[in-house]
Write a protein that binds this ligand. Sequence first.
Ligand code: NAP
Length: 174
Amino acid sequence: MRKVVLFIAQSLDGYIATHDDSLDWLFSVEGEGDNGYAEFFSTVDTVLMGKRTYDWVMQQENGVFPYPDKKCYIFSKADNEDTEYVTFISGDISQFITNLKKEEGRDIWVVGGGNLLHSFFKEGLVDELRITVAPRVLGDGIPLFKKGDYHLDLSLSGTRTFNQFVELHYEVLK
Ligand SMILES: NC(=O)c1ccc[n+]([C@@H]2O[C@H](COP(=O)([O-])OP(=O)(O)OC[C@H]3O[C@@H](n4cnc5c(N)ncnc54)[C@H](OP(=O)(O)O)[C@@H]3O)[C@@H](O)[C@H]2O)c1
């Protein structure tokens, strides 16, 4: 069955963005090539995001959606209009992901952010984690793992380095 894979970058102290949504700390790190992005991107045909991450991406890309060739679902409890490229999801995420995984296709990338991932972790919806650790300590920000009532057991599948970055690859044990 196709897997839900988290592919994300974090600071050494576990933040995915500063509180003002800056990723400057990440973009200033010297990596290697595209740090494994294209290789990973070719393994997925579906992209999932929280509404704040979607808004951030659209702002960053000057309103041009960057993944027109993938199926994209944006999670939001508010009323949003679907676009040519994205479908908004507001219902039961666990049921939605169960159904999505039954469809034929490649793996599913859950992009983030922290809020959406909190629901995914609590509901046990992530199958693999690919976390790229940047050599930065932010002290504060939006955490990858929000505090809460959940627990994940992981098995390390591999590590890679991309110059200053370290990629940690885990399978979630269920
Ligand atoms: N470092 C990285 O690689 C990386 C990757 C991704 C994101 N980020 C950063 O993370 C930040 C955004 O993260 P965030 O935690 O603030 O926001 P987020 O998780 O992207 O989005 C939060 C919003 O998603 C919706 N949502 C969350 N859980 C939901 C659920 N269970 N059901 C339905 N809707 C749900 C809600 O939208 P409504 O309020 O509309 O209901 C919520 O306000 C940005 O700065 C972004 O750049 C960094």
